[in-house]
Ligand binder design. Structure first.
Ligand SMILES: [Zn+2]
Length: 486
């Protein structure tokens, strides 16, 4: 082989150096100084710290007095401020607001502006979601890390779209196999699955080493779901029923088909009576046994209070249609939200609303009891369902979790450490520790004093990239302009 002239070596080396420095750009280090670190491990807040960020990662954390700041580092003054890990919303629908723009112009910027750096998408088309994930990973647009289930697996007729409808155990197994091939992160089960199909999903996912998550179907009890290995239960589906001393009888009545031509008023009266009995028959002993099963089987809960309070059990008091955040909601989405919420408000009476309030109250209590019993809980919203604002609703959920009886630290962990554990990502994220991704939120006030302080966002760090308040405000203004024009 002919030797290259010496000069050529130099050129090649230089070119190589150029290429290498292009493919792994060394961003100048970033130092957040004098900040109070709330690392979400459960440890006490540490005041006057320096957090060094190198490229995408947390390089070091130490007392300001003894931690050297690298020459040329960009210094962010954290005096009087509080640093928490980036937040996770464990129940979202990124692509439900009209693709391709709904996710890109409306939802993603609102998530980042509100400090949400990880999401679990609980229903959408695989092609849309993988494209979105690719764009974020390639750095084409800022966005959270995305885990997704792809389409639902549901019975016939399905409750929502996109769905793979399955009518038998064999079809259920095929659906799981198809989704595994499409590389989804979880399988999502929905309310109308038959018992055969549900248990086939449970068995097939076990064999395929993928977890299944979602609603407890109408035909299945929450205890059965836990025993079958469902990894997370959404919206507290089936929980109150499984805590009732009258479970069998109430369940039978719920599943019985409505008589033909039943007047709406009669249906609502029966529904109210059913719910009142559900509340009255709450059995602490049954609840305790159920929660023990959740702990033993590793069944996580994602209550999603924003959709429960503001849509599922909405009342005139909890409707957010007049909320100032409506300015971020595109006109076409607003139309759908209006229909969804007004339908709930117009056709129901004060008696219905009173019972809804009681159900919400009991649901809050149950979540507090579950936390006390050691059941694992994660924050989630069900965005962008009507009245569920992308980004900010996650902060509402944290406040509801505190109302339920969690400490502010436990609520914070429900959106940081717990999701990372659930996702199997605690090695790289979820707490503020050296070596982890620099997904961080800088707050103007202490969230351990008042959880609503998570809303006082001064800056967001997404994989080490700083979004200061001005940048976040510009992003919000852009969403507002998009919303007005679409
Ligand atoms: Zn959902």
């Amino acid at each position: 082989m002919k030797r290259l002239p010496a000069a050529m070596h130099v050129i090649l080396l230089a070119a190589c150096g150029l290429i290498c420095s292009c493919s792994t750009p060394q961003k100048p280090a970033l130092a957040i100084v004098h900040v109070t670190v709330i690392d979400a491990t459960g440890a006490a807040a540490r005041p006057d710290m320096t957090v060094l960020v190198n490229d995408q990662h947390i390089a070091a954390i130490g007392p300001f007095a003894t931690t050297a700041i690298p020459r040329g580092a960009h210094v962010v003054d954290g005096a009087g401020k509080f640093l928490i890990p980036g937040l996770a919303d464990m129940h979202v629908h990124l692509t439900g607001a009209g693709e391709p723009k709904g996710s890109r112009e409306f939802i993603l910027p609102l998530l980042i502006a509100n400090g949400i750096t990880t999401v679990r998408d609980m229903g959408g088309k695989v092609e849309f979601l993988s494209q979105l994930r690719r764009e974020i990973e390639n750095g084409d647009r800022p966005g959270p890390q995305i885990f997704f289930t792809g389409p639902y697996i549901d019975g016939d007729p399905p409750g929502y779209q996109p769905t793979i409808v399955v009518r038998s155990a064999a079809e259920a197994r095929d659906a799981v196999d198809l989704l595994v091939k499409e590389k989804v992160d979880f399988i999502k089960v929905q309310s109308r699955l038959t018992r055969d199909a549900y248990f086939a999903v449970a068995d097939e996912t076990k064999q395929r080493h993928i977890r299944f998550v979602g609603h407890v179907p109408d035909q299945i009890s929450a205890l059965e779901a836990s025993q079958a290995g469902q990894a997370s239960i959404e919206h507290l589906t089936g929980i109150l029923l499984a805590c009732s001393a009258g479970e069998d009888e109430l369940w039978k009545r719920r599943l019985a088909p409505a008589p033909p031509n039943q007047p709406a008023s009669e249906f609502r009266a029966l529904d109210r009576a059913w719910r009142q009995e559900l509340l009255d028959s709450y059995s602490p002993a049954k609840a305790e046994a159920l929660f023990r099963a959740f702990v033993a089987n590793g069944t996580w809960q994602v209550p999603t209070f924003p959709i429960l309070v503001h849509l599922g059990f909405v009342t005139p008091k909890t409707s957010l249609l007049e909320d100032s955040r409506m300015r971020y909601v595109p006109q076409n989405v607003k139309k759908i939200w209006n229909q969804g919420v007004s339908g709930q408000l117009q056709n129901y009476s004060d008696e219905d609303f009173a019972i809804r309030e009681k159900i919400v109250q009991r649901s809050l209590e149950v979540v507090g009891e579950m936390q006390a019993a050691g059941v694992r809980i994660m924050a989630g919203t069900d965005l962008a369902a009507p009245n569920v604002f992308p980004g900010s609703s996650l902060h509402e959920d944290l406040a509801y979790l505190v109302q339920a009886g969690l400490t502010p630290m436990q609520a914070l962990q429900a959106a940081t450490k717990n999701p990372s554990e659930f996702l199997g990502e605690l090695q790289t994220q979820g707490t503020i520790e050296p070596g982890k991704f620099a997904d961080l939120v800088l707050l103007d006030a202490n969230p351990l004093d008042d959880i609503r302080n998570t809303q006082k966002i001064r800056a967001v760090f997404l994989r080490g990239k700083l979004f200061d308040r001005n940048t976040l405000d510009e992003m919000l203004a852009k969403v507002e302009r998009f919303a007005a024009a679409n």
